[in-house]
Design a protein around this ligand. Structure first.
Ligand code: ATP
Length: 447
């Protein structure tokens, strides 16, 4: 593990997902869903710091994707007309192959277990059922009356909410090709084997963008979006050597795609998909046109009012999965075994940190607290800040390190004399004395 002369560890040294799960619980980032009832499989709750981090990540994506002329946003509903899923192919084809062990009842994805060997849980041989297809969509019923209720589904991806609104958006926003529609929202999949913390859950958030283009331009648009999306993960601080491309081989392409590539991250559990970039041709719009009976053609005014169905490049990133990558990548256990100096620190990009500044009066004393409260109010209107006056200063620093707070501001007796405070930076632990008048400017420059 490379380290600097100060003993600072420069690379994540997270050994197991377990260490991260316990940090996230201990520090109020992520809790098991319905924990007091024993939890529910494949669902997690974001705590006060977790939601700040998640919102910062979503904001970063939203800004990246929509602060430009050619992409606009939508927020489609989770419940959609059931025909949407017929048209998209999800009712007939969105399934994983499933087998059960007849002895211990454990369920497996047939493609993730060796069916010629013993059951990994109970060790019995020849106990697997035949493979059957298991649809991953959650069903529910629309309407209060049992006899009028019709089966509808929780959306398994956000993309279809964009496709069915293609013409609404194109005409109201007077958009010309190429243009994109971006959306962040929940998706639900009844995964057979959820697990590895928030890597694979049954309820998760996707950040998706569909970019509508002229047929024939898909190869160059695909290249452009591949580059843009890879760079976004680098901007979030992920290390380049932990990222790689995983192209889908031609014989494994989804029925709707003419090219597809994943961006993978090397999690402690191994390489895993974080984002997919897909060239979806005109499949989805054509299907919706066929099933709805409504024309979804685009009229090209620049080319003699020619009508055609646009092609689509899709970028689809899991919010929770990229958040997991950021947590894994930023985790450092420093000076392990040294009781004085051991610390866990989340060295994440400043713009993602849940709390930007902690305000810490050296002691719980009236005059120090008065100045500190005032300063906290002042800083807190510009940055997400936290006030903490409990425990030794060392313990308070450690606590902020564990949630990735970039700056701690300490108010001591010298502050009362010369109006200066100590600012400690998270990664280097370097401290400098700054005048309170210059503090906001200093923080704004750094953050
Ligand atoms: P996988 O092969 O891991 O099941 P997928 O290829 O089905 O994923 P897509 O349908 O391409 O995934 O979804 C786009 C993104 O949504 C994925 O790259 C991932 O980040 C996220 N995602 C998909 N399924 C889940 C899940 N069950 N839990 C958390 N995130 C998910």
């Amino acid at each position: 593990m490379p380290s600097s002369i100060l003993g600072e560890i420069l690379e994540s040294n997270l050994k197991s997902m377990h260490d991260l799960v316990s940090l996230c619980k201990r520090r109020g980032l992520i809790f098991q869903s319905s924990e007091i009832y024993g939890g529910v499989g494949g669902a997690w709750d974001f705590g006060p710091y977790g939601i700040e981090l998640k919102n910062n990540l979503k904001n970063a994506w939203w800004k990246e994707m929509t602060l430009r002329e050619d992409v606009v946003g939508v927020d489609a509903s989770i419940l959609m007309h059931p025909m949407v899923w017929k048209a998209s192919g999800h009712i007939d084809g969105f399934s994983d192959p499933l087998v059960d062990c007849k002895n211990c009842k454990e369920r497996y994805r047939a493609d993730q277990v060796d069916l010629t060997k013993a059951c990994p849980k109970c060790g019995m041989k020849d106990t697997f059922t035949d493979i059957r297809q298991f649809n991953l969509m959650f069903k529910t019923e629309l309407g209060a009356m049992a006899d009028t209720a019709s089966t509808i589904y929780l959306r398994p991806e956000t993309a279809q909410g964009i496709f069915v609104n293609f013409l609404n958006v194109q005409t109201t926003m007077r958009k010309k090709l190429p243009f994109g529609i971006a959306q962040i929202g929940k998706a639900f999949r009844n995964e057979i084997t959820p697990g590895n913390f928030i890597f694979r859950t049954r309820e998760f958030e996707q950040m998706e963008m569909q970019y509508f283009i002229k047929p024939g331009t898909q190869a160059e648009e695909m290249e452009r979006w591949k580059e843009e999306r890879f760079n976004w993960h680098l901007k979030n601080g992920l290390r380049k050597d932990k990222l790689r491309w995983a192209p889908h081989p031609a014989d494994k392409l989804a029925h709707y795609a003419d090219a597809a590539v994943d961006i993978e991250y090397e999690f402690p559990i191994g390489w895993g998909e974080m984002e997919g970039i897909h060239s979806r041709t005109d499949f989805d719009l054509t299907q919706h046109e066929k099933f709805s009976g409504k024309s979804l053609a685009y009229t090209d005014q620049a080319d003699g009012n020619k009508k055609f169905i646009p092609y689509v490049i899709e970028t689809s990133v899991g919010c929770d999965r990229s958040l997991l990558a950021i947590l894994c990548d930023s985790y450092r256990l420093e000076n392990e075994g040294d009781p004085e100096n051991e610390r866990v620190v989340l060295k994440m990009a400043y713009h993602l940190a849940p709390i930007k500044v902690a305000v810490l009066p050296l002691m719980k004393k009236g005059d120090l607290e008065e100045v500190s409260r005032k300063l906290f109010k002042n800083i807190g209107s510009s940055f997400k800040a936290e006030y903490d006056n409990a425990g030794t200063i060392g313990k308070r620093y450690r606590r902020q390190d564990e949630i990735g707070t970039p700056f701690c501001v300490t108010i001591d007796y010298d502050t009362l004399k010369d109006q200066t405070v100590t600012v400690r930076e998270r990664d280097s632990m370097k401290q400098e004395r700054i005048s309170m008048d210059n503090l906001l400017k200093f923080l704004a420059e750094k953050i």
